[in-house]
Design a protein around this ligand. Structure first.
Ligand SMILES: [Zn+2]
Length: 68
């Protein structure tokens, strides 16, 4: 049993940093980072490999892959 939030690495090419952010906050964290540090440009983003994996997780979570 665990209700721990999975965290997601957010990579910023410009800053050269990777920050782990709770899944729930990731959209907001990226927006805030880009807003404050990059004039709203979309520089920081979820690591593409992870984003792929996350999509799988979300699909799994929604049970879309369940077969009857
Ligand atoms: Zn940055």
């Amino acid at each position: 049993m665990s209700d721990e939030q999975p965290s997601v690495p957010v990579f910023c090419d410009d800053c050269g940093t990777t920050t782990r952010v709770p899944l729930d906050d990731v959209g907001e964290a990226i927006e805030r980072h880009n807003d404050q540090l990059h004039d709203g440009e979309e520089v920081a983003q979820v690591d593409p490999d992870i984003a792929d994996h996350l999509a799988d997780l979300v699909v799994d979570d929604l049970g879309l892959l369940d077969e009857e």
